[in-house]
Design a binder for this molecule. Structure first.
Ligand code: ATP
Ligand code: MG
Length: 310
């Protein structure tokens, strides 16, 4: 569990993180969503004590990072994309890291296998591809068998295979009951990876919702119906509160009847359907609708400029 309470970080007159209050629960993957410069990395640095809050607090498992008895077991984090630039082999890097808390070869072997680096573990980590570097960074984060796993933009620059692998890994870590907190600036990516979303813009909390809620909110209430019997079907569906329009031959847009109701009416009257599709907004549109002030989310430059002018 991660708990942030009124967490704030200022750099000079720039407020990077602005009064954030949220918690990240165990057992699910929580996405930390926000555009570039929204304050995601700054928040994550404060979670692991690499930056001090200007005000407010953040705890992991109920304790501030500095008060953790076994920090590597409390939380494992991957903060910068390529945290490892080293002449050491991946294996020796992990061994050296483990030695700081008395973890030996057995645990190093386990995490090397877990992230799929067995074949290259004895090669120089400096020569790793981006994907292999990410795997090594994740291995470092997992070394202490942490209750909380926190990764900052882990899929940046990865190919589809790498992205799928990370998604699967995050789900299985959450499935083991761990707290998994992962940042991204891409809504579509987060919707596939996370079950819950904490969204920020310009340092402020914009939304704290489940992905299921987000998806439900994308239903526009319009159903697209394709049928050669468009005229007949429209007459049968007509009624109070029902609006039917047709912009193409053999296609109706129906508001006020569900796809289930339309399908049932068509069956009852023996009318062939070629299409029956509830229309959804895109996730991005739903997100902007949900967070209200879209300017805040999308265009910090406009707002920053106007603030400077004020
Ligand atoms: N050490 C620092 N000194 C001054 N300003 C900083 C510092 N670190 C971050 N900032 C500013 O704080 C804001 C938030 O930055 P942060 O890196 O946390 O955003 P982010 O959400 O991680 O963005 P990105 O998606 O680009 O990684 C930015 O405006 C950034 O310029
Ligand atoms: Mg960042």
């Amino acid at each position: 569990m991660i708990t942030a309470t009124n967490l704030t970080k200022r750099y000079g007159d720039k407020t990077a993180v602005d009064d954030l209050t949220f918690s990240v629960r165990p057992g699910v993957v929580t996405g930390f969503l926000g555009p570039n410069g929204a304050g995601k990395s700054t928040t994550m640095r404060m979670i692991v004590g690499l930056d001090r809050p200007t005000s407010g607090t953040v705890t992991v498992g109920g304790r501030a990072y500095v008060d953790q008895a076994a920090p590597m077991h409390a939380i494992g984090a991957l903060l910068e994309a390529r945290a490892v630039h080293t002449a050491r082999s991946a294996y020796d890097h992990l061994l050296a890291l483990g030695a700081t808390t008395g973890l030996g070869r057995r645990r190093v072997d386990e995490v090397v296998d877990l992230v799929g680096l067995r074949e290259v573990a004895h090669q120089r980590a400096g020569g790793f591809s981006l994907g292999m570097g990410q795997r090594l960074g994740i291995a470092s984060a997992l070394l202490g068998d942490p209750e909380v796993v926190m990764l900052d933009e882990p899929v940046n620059g990865l190919d589809l295979d790498g992205i799928r692998w990370i998604r699967g890994l995050l789900r299985s870590l959450a499935g083991e009951g761990r707290t998994v907190f992962v940042s991204s600036h891409q809504m579509s990516e987060m919707a596939l990876t996370a079950e819950h979303l904490v969204a920020v813009g310009r340092g402020r909390l914009l939304a704290d919702v489940s992905v299921a809620e987000m998806l439900a909110s994308t239903d526009s209430g319009t159903v697209r119906v394709g049928t050669p019997y468009a005229t007949e079907l429209a007459e049968l569906l007509a009624g109070e509160g029902v609006q039917i329009t047709s912009s193409e031959r053999h296609v109706l847009s129906v508001v006020g009847r569900s796809s289930e109701q339309i399908g049932a009416v068509a069956l009852l009257h023996g009318l062939v359907l070629h299409e029956l599709t509830p229309q959804r907004a895109t996730l991005e549109e739903a997100f902007i609708a949900m967070t209200g002030d879209d300017v805040e989310y999308r265009s910090q430059t406009i707002d920053d400029t106007s603030r400077r002018a004020a």
